[in-house]
Write a protein that binds this ligand. Sequence first.
Ligand SMILES: [Zn+2]
Length: 232
Amino acid sequence: MTTAVIVQTLHRINRQKSDLKSQLVRGPRTVAVAEGKLKAAQQHAQDLQDQLRRSKIDVDSKQLQMKEREDKIVNLQGKMNAAKENREYQALKDQIAADSQANVVLSDEILELLELIDEQTAAVALANEVTKEVALELDAVTKRVADRKVVLESELARVEKELAEAEKNLTGDFKREYERLVCLKGEDAMAELEGKCCGGCYQSLTPQLLDQLLVGNPIICPACGRLIYQDR
Ligand SMILES: [Zn+2]
């Protein structure tokens, strides 16, 4: 004879079982989130590193350009000093003035780039620090989840054994109905009576069904099909 007390016990154990199972499922998800965070931090550090490298290439090329133009100016000055015609002298002088002005502009650009490189170097260092911290976080999360998994699995084994023991008390049609429902809905196969309602779907139960509960028999909710028991 299946009593409401047995159903109550089965409900409790099934709840524990599904809670342990959902905790076991959550573990790898937590690790995956931490892995995603590390990947993003690494990508960010890499992007900043690439920007810094481009700035350095840029400043090298501008410094080279400036040096070449300085050499050119020295060369032009030599030609200017040796110039015999006034027109040639004036043309070289204008050219030197234009090149000197261009180098002033370039020199400003180089200064700006050097400042930018300082900022980018600091940003790369910071991003590398953050990446290190996030990697440590991932290690800690991975270890915590692995440790917890051992505990949860041993708990689950214990609960499943307890459940198998409790299920031995089921007989006949009720046993078949219970097995079908649990397979379908897990812990939601059962519900406690709440007032005069099914605790699963909150439909009112007929006086006849409530009478069954009063004498200790479990009932099946006509609305949602859950096995209902009364707390004792
Ligand atoms: Zn119901």
